[in-house]
Write a protein that binds this ligand. Structure first.
Ligand code: GAL
Length: 753
């Protein structure tokens, strides 16, 4: 769980003022995420609770409210130890809302939008509205629904594009009723994954009218799109093939911990998009709603996942303890909350669950979950990811799709694993495809490659994939894994091997790398570290070399070429120092100090070019890439002088003074020629003045155990990160300074407004 303690009991208390004039209202507490086993009291009376820390839930406070007087709200959380395989966080880490409604109102998550018929010419929009009557009288209400276009920022247009015919609905006392509405929209602006398509969205505004007065107004953002899951050709969105170039993401935000922050989440998505990623698997639990909203807005496809275990445990105090009682309410709540998000294309009900090993009993659990999903949302397919189950096992037949973790590359099929006996070494895609010819196959997890940004260890493995071994791949003493990007967890495969296997099985719809960003916890292979090595992007948000390997494959039209390693090796003069190159071109000529080391061409399903016998001599490496015989891109790597200056660069120099918006400041150690020094590991300290605060610092090194809130941090291979927020309501100039002994002080200025 990442050497970050999060278990324990926590109490939150808050006074609520609710005027006498509200005594005819319903008062709800909406909790988006409380880690975990939440229990809620109002004025000393137990209102209720919800154990799963990733769930969003609502409690009705009304019977306990003292209208016109003081109200004491109390929330108790009890986060058990050993409840998770990664860092779960603790406390109220997502938003908490007080919701006040008329007694007659649209229920929690009370709208459900589907688009059963979609074309460029027209689309049918079905809107189901659930109205709740908390009063003791039966009521007759009118429902009005309108649809507005949303702009890219989520702002609605002035005029609606469609108004549904008015409907009336009879609501018996203390009951709910549903209204079904349907309308056709001409020339709809479709939602699709960016950049292949545009993520256009609409807003449904639903009004409840009683006695001529609007008593509730409820907004539902949605998208018009069609999905087809073709077992031979993959995913089709709006009739167009979309290859899934995805990553797995855990819920934490690195140095900021598990507490959700919209800007930090957006930064994660922005960097993933730059790599060419178009899909996120929410590993392995319901994400913050705001993250799904970002995926909708930015045009990412989402596999939305709820559980990492069912009845069979993975850690002693995980969800298996409450699975029998809570799996159904949790699953229903999850689907109702998230079923209007156009980004959401699939419901995953489990990840590598122990029920893979329990034959028919396990299949029965899977069937129960699958059936619940179908009741709540028949429009999306189900999935459960298997790292063990094989086509003949009963559990694999249950879900609509086949979701495979690591089996697609043939776990351990590299020569390096040959000594492991009794393990299936062949890619498993064909077997599943033959057994389930009608089912879409997805690589829900692949890779599990590991690296520490900017660390290179010698000698370098000769094959295209190898488990980390002491010496060449890893250095346990320092907790580093080599960034030649060939090394993996024992069951994993390098990016090269994953991409090759996917390319050789074109019926597979694509896949999700484990993992997009590094995350807190699970620091395979060095369990004294705090955070993972799996990310293509490190915990601080700095790109590892692998980023460019994927970018080359996923954005073939984006001219680029990337060289590794760096060229600062004072101790390696004359020693063999392999040079690897990633490019979206097809050929590269490599030069060392102007002398050609040869021109090489990528073979089919090859993702890197390597010059294995380069004798190190200081100077400049230059790679010139070609595509179809034409010059395509070039880049250089140069031996630098010693670090002598600090350079600060904010990702955004103007932020909102709301206490939430963030500026991420990259701190670079540079030499006298202003070049980044890739092996500079200098201790730095940071200060801030003006209406801002340093929230956290990081350097992306998983083995760095300095507290994230510290204002002192040693740069890791030239880089450091400072995360700044502005004081709410105090706009102004914020100065951030960085100091290192012998370097003097450098600063950058940002503004809050
Ligand atoms: C998978 C698992 C992930 C993560 C990954 C890397 O088996 O589903 O949650 O543990 O391996 O270790």
């Amino acid at each position: 769980m990442g050497r970050l303690p999060s278990p324990g009991v926590a109490w939150y208390r808050k006074n609520l003022e609710l005027p006498k004039s509200d005594s005819d209202k319903s008062i709800y507490l909406d909790i988006d995420g409380a880690m975990s086993y939440a229990m809620v009291w109002l004025n000393d009376q137990l209102v209720g609770g919800w154990p799963y820390g990733y769930a969003s839930f609502r409690l009705d406070l009304t019977p306990y409210v003292n209208f016109g007087g003081p109200n004491q709200l109390a929330i108790r959380l009890d986060n058990p130890p050993h409840s998770s395989r990664w860092y779960p966080g603790g406390g109220l880490y997502r938003n908490v809302w007080l919701t006040k409604t008329n007694k007659v109102h649209i229920a929690q998550w009370g709208t459900y939008v589907t688009t059963p018929k979609v074309s460029a010419e027209s689309a049918i929009v079905d809107l189901e509205v659930t109205v709740e009557n908390n009063s003791k009288d039966s009521e007759e209400v009118t429902i009005e629904n309108e649809i507005y276009e949303l702009d890219e920022f989520g702002k609605p247009a002035d005029k609606p594009v469609a108004s549904f015919p008015e409907k009336s609905l009879r609501l018996p006392a203390s009951e709910r009723a549903k209204s079904h509405n349907s309308i056709q929209i001409e020339s709809p602006k479709l939602w699709g994954p960016y950049p292949q398509q545009q993520p256009n969205r609409y807003l449904a505004v639903s009004k409840i009218i009683l006695g001529g007065k609007t008593i509730d107004l409820y907004e539902t953002k949605f998208g018009i799109r069609s999905l087809d899951f073709d077992s031979k050709r993959g995913l089709f969105v709006n009739g167009e093939h979309v290859y899934i170039q995805g990553v797995n993401q855990h819920h934490d935000l690195g140095a900021l911990g598990a507490a959700f922050n919209t800007r930090a989440a957006k930064r994660q998505l922005e960097l993933l998009r730059e790599m060419g990623c178009n899909a996120i698997r929410m590993a392995h639990n319901p994400p913050a709603s705001e993250l799904l909203e970002l995926c909708d807005r930015m045009g990412f496809l989402v596999v939305n996942e709820i559980f990492d275990c069912w009845e069979r445990k993975k850690t002693p105090l995980d969800f298996h303890l409450i699975f029998p009682d809570w799996s159904e309410p949790d699953l229903r709540a999850f689907i109702r909350r998230d079923r209007n998000h156009p980004s959401n294309i699939m419901w995953s009900v489990g990840n590598e669950v122990g029920e893979q090993y329990t034959g028919n009993a396990g299949a029965a659990v899977a069937q129960r979950l699958h059936d619940i999903v179908k009741e709540e949302d028949p429009t999306r397919p189900t999935a459960a990811s298997f790292n063990y189950a094989k086509p003949h096992m009963p559990i694999t037949a249950v879900m609509d799709t086949v979701s495979l973790n690591y089996q697609g590359e043939g776990i351990r099929n590299a020569p390096a694993y040959a000594h492991l006996k009794g393990i299936n070494t062949a890619p498993m895609y064909p077997q599943f495809h033959d057994t389930f010819p009608q089912k879409l196959i997805l690589s829900s997890e692949n890779g599990a490659a590991v690296s520490s940004r900017g660390e290179y260890l010698f000698p370098v493995a000769k094959g295209i994939s190898a488990p980390v071994a002491e010496g060449a791949g890893g250095n346990g003493k320092h907790g580093y894994v080599s960034s030649y990007e060939l090394y993996t967890a024992p069951f994993g495969s390098s990016a090269d091997k994953v991409l090759g296997s996917l390319a050789r099985h074109p019926f597979v719809a694509g896949g999700f790398i484990w993992s997009g960003w590094d995350y807190l916890g699970e620091p395979t292979p060095y369990y004294l570290s705090r955070s993972s090595y799996f990310g293509v992007i490190d915990l601080a948000g700095f790109k590892k070399d692998r980023f460019y390997l994927y970018q080359a494959a996923w954005r073939p039209d984006h001219p680029m070429v990337h060289i590794l390693p760096h060229w600062n090796w004072p101790d390696r003069k004359g020693k063999t120092t392999p040079v690897h190159v990633f490019t979206s071109g097809d050929e590269v000529e490599l030069f060392l100090n102007g002398e050609s080391l040869g021109r090489k061409r990528k073979a089919q399903n090859e993702y890197r070019l390597r010059w294995d016998n380069v004798a190190y001599t200081p100077g400049t490496l230059e790679a010139i890439a070609y595509k179809n015989g034409k010059r395509w891109a070039n880049s250089t790597v140069t031996t630098t002088g010693p670090a002598s200056q600090i350079h600060l660069q904010a990702d955004r120099s103007v932020i909102t003074a709301d206490g939430r918006d963030l500026s991420f400041i990259t701190v670079e150690l540079r030499d006298a020629n202003n070049q980044l020094v890739p092996d500079a590991n200098t201790p730095l300290s940071f200060t801030i003045s003006g209406p801002g605060e340093i929230v956290a610092t990081d350097n992306g090194d998983p083995s760095n155990l300095v507290s994230f809130t510290s204002h002192e941090r040693t740069a890791f291979n030239g880089l450091c990160l400072v995360i700044v927020k502005a004081k709410p309501g105090h706009p102004g100039e914020i100065r951030i300074q960085a100091k290192a002994e012998g370097f003097g002080t450098s600063e950058t200025i940002i503004r809050s407004q």
